[in-house]
Design a protein around this ligand. Structure first.
Ligand code: COA
Length: 124
């Protein structure tokens, strides 16, 4: 779903971390995927995407919150991700902060963002 939605070359998207990640999947009533995200063992969140027609309805927030809850259960309180610059405001709502300069990844401008969960008042 992420590959099709984001038009990322398939060979860049499947990697060795898929097998060890927690994957959050949002599905429609027919059981088809409409949103996805993954959490790596080290607290890195990635592959976050919601199909266009499903955006703005809280699915992205639900996916992110689910993964942050998994982190908290593991007693890991630091999350990080590479945000597409267009998605910075979305992650800022959860308390993520931009660290460092913009860089290119898969041909798309990104920034590193981090969240210290104990300091966030949004995730309870
Ligand atoms: C970023 C993305 C996952 C958000 O998913 P979503 O289901 O639309 O998010 P939500 O509906 O939970 O939005 C939560 C809030 O963030 C805001 N928001 C979401 N995406 C935003 C964006 N790109 N810019 C600004 N605000 C955004 C929403 O307006 C909403 O605000 P509100 O709480 O005031 O109503 C989705 O837009 C998407 O898939 N974008 C394309 C792929 C992408 O950028 N992925 C991120 C890769 S790092």
């Amino acid at each position: 779903m992420f590959i099709r939605e984001q038009q990322i070359p398939e060979e860049l998207e499947w990697d060795q971390f898929d097998a060890v990640s927690v994957h959050a999947l949002a599905v429609n009533n027919a059981g088809q995927p409409v949103g996805t995200a993954r959490l790596l063992p080290d607290g890195h969140i990635g592959r976050m995407a919601v199909l266009k027609e499903w955006r703005g309805q809280g699915l992205g927030s639900a996916l992110l919150t689910t993964l942050l809850r998994v982190l908290i259960k593991r007693r890991q309180f630091e999350a990080q991700l590479h945000a597409q610059t267009s998605a910075i405001p979305f992650y800022k709502k959860f308390g993520f902060q931009v660290v460092g300069k913009e860089f290119m990844e898969a041909g798309i401008p990104h920034v590193k963002m981090t969240l210290s969960i104990k300091q966030s008042t949004l995730i309870i």
